[in-house]
Ligand binder design. Structure first.
Ligand SMILES: [Ca+2]
Length: 213
């Protein structure tokens, strides 16, 4: 029984690989400069207590203490990035942890594998207790709705991340920013979405399939 299941999985993998591309293909590239959102859409939480605190485009130094002093895109460092921030003037007793979301346009990953890379910046305007439990977090959710990557931190600078993921059909990538106190912020810049050859991430897929068996 186990052998037959392995055979079926191998056949499926062979079929997918037969149609895979051999080179990376850029599907989307976004600097957010000149107020360009590249088709990213905000998913509003209209019933939430913080429903007016949504992702938006911002300039460096415009979001209060400890915020990014500039965007990341090489150039004059005076241009835009995408950000989500909880208001500093919200009273602590009125604050409720909340999450805001933006989602990419739908992309077709014909090879079955994708890659997303971007720079991120997490901060808190004021954190007298130094409590890591109240740091903001950033999630990246994949085509199938599964969490692909998460970071809860106070980065004090732009950091880079690159994530490979399976996406057997057309799909969208979602960013989620979660805030746990007033004055916390999340920013992203220089987002790139690629279709990559199946073999690049094939080992990961095979490992996941093996774990299921
Ligand atoms: Ca930028």
């Amino acid at each position: 029984m186990i052998c037959s299941r392995v055979l079926v999985v191998s056949c499926l993998l062979s079929v997918v690989r037969f149609g895979s591309t051999q080179e990376d293909k850029i599907l989307a590239q976004c600097t957010f400069d000149e107020s360009e959102n590249c088709g990213f859409q905000v998913i509003p939480d209209l019933d939430g207590v913080h429903h007016w605190e949504l992702w938006t485009l911002s300039r460096g130094g415009s979001l209060g203490r400890n915020c990014p002093p500039s965007d990341h895109t090489p150039g004059l460092n005076q241009d835009f990035f995408a950000s989500s921030k909880s208001l500093e003037d919200t009273a602590a007793h009125e604050f409720h942890t909340f999450t805001t979301k933006i989602i990419s346009p739908e992309k077709n990953f014909t090879s079955g594998m994708g890659r997303i890379s971007f720079y991120y910046y997490l901060w808190i305007a004021d954190d007298p207790e130094g409590n890591e439990d109240t740091y903001p977090s950033l999630n990246v959710v994949g085509c199938d709705g599964a969490l692909m990557w998460t970071k809860m931190s106070f980065t004090a600078g732009w950091l880079f991340v690159e994530i490979d993921f399976p996406c057997p059909t057309a799909g969208q990538i979602m960013f989620e920013a979660s805030h746990r106190r007033p004055g916390s912020g999340v920013a992203i810049d220089d987002v790139k979405i690629l279709e990559i050859p199946f073999f690049t991430g094939g080992n990961d897929i095979e490992r996941k399939i093996s774990m299921v068996q």
